[in-house]
Design a protein. Structure first.
Length: 210
């Protein structure tokens, strides 16, 4: 918990969150890696991440001036199953969404006030497996089931995306980058996907409802 606000973080098989002060923004940047989530109401913070085929969901409660972001990737197809039955293919997306919602609700957000913005899901390598498309499909399906409205999105295409989310206002800045500018995003996501596929499945997560 951040002394200046309701902040929390969860990481799935990842190291601690990276934090640094950006003098240009005048804020502390919390940089998310794949598998991480962060929630804050602190006016001195901004949440940032770099996306290729991965997805970031930003959710904001305007009344509480409280927001959070996650960063996740599905390492496989669900083969026609419902998301709750898809095993490893959907586990990490479901985990990431439930962690984000749980942390928001515990910090005082209300479901009917949440504004959701969706980013990422790029096709990072033409002609390769459509991981980005599957990630977008999962996110749309999950948010529809949870009755959470997407108020803005920038998904698909052949761009990496640098995202900045201001959790106290809900504002998001998106910078599109060519894969030539950010070739490491492909390697990082491939390595992360390989780690997910080798991890043992964990127990069920219970969603804390508001």
């Amino acid at each position: 918990m951040n002394p200046g606000g309701a902040s929390s973080a969860r990481e799935v098989a990842e190291p601690a969150l990276v934090r640094f002060f950006d003098p240009g923004l005048g804020r502390t940047v919390i940089k998310l890696q794949p598998g991480q989530c962060y929630v804050s109401d602190h006016a001195g913070e901004v949440i940032s991440t770099l996306l290729g085929s991965c997805i970031a969901v930003c959710a904001f409660d305007q009344d509480r001036r409280l927001g959070g972001m996650n960063h996740f990737m599905l390492p496989g197809a669900n083969q026609g199953q419902r998301w709750g039955e898809a095993g490893r293919a959907a586990r990490y997306g479901v985990d990431a969404m439930e962690h984000l919602l749980n942390d928001l609700f515990k910090a005082g957000a209300q479901r009917d006030r949440l504004q959701v913005k969706l980013f990422g899901g790029a096709r990072v390598i033409a002609g390769r497996l459509l991981v980005g498309e599957r990630n977008i499909s999962f996110a749309h399906h999950y948010l529809a089931l949870e009755r959470l409205q997407i108020v803005a999105e920038d998904v698909g295409e052949h761009y990496a995306r640098h995202i900045r989310f201001f959790p106290d206002t809900g504002r998001v800045q998106v910078r599109r980058l060519s894969m030539i500018q950010k070739p490491d995003v492909i390697e990082d996501e491939q390595a992360y996907g390989a780690r997910l596929m080798s991890d043992p499945l964990q127990g069920q997560i219970e969603l804390f409802h508001s």
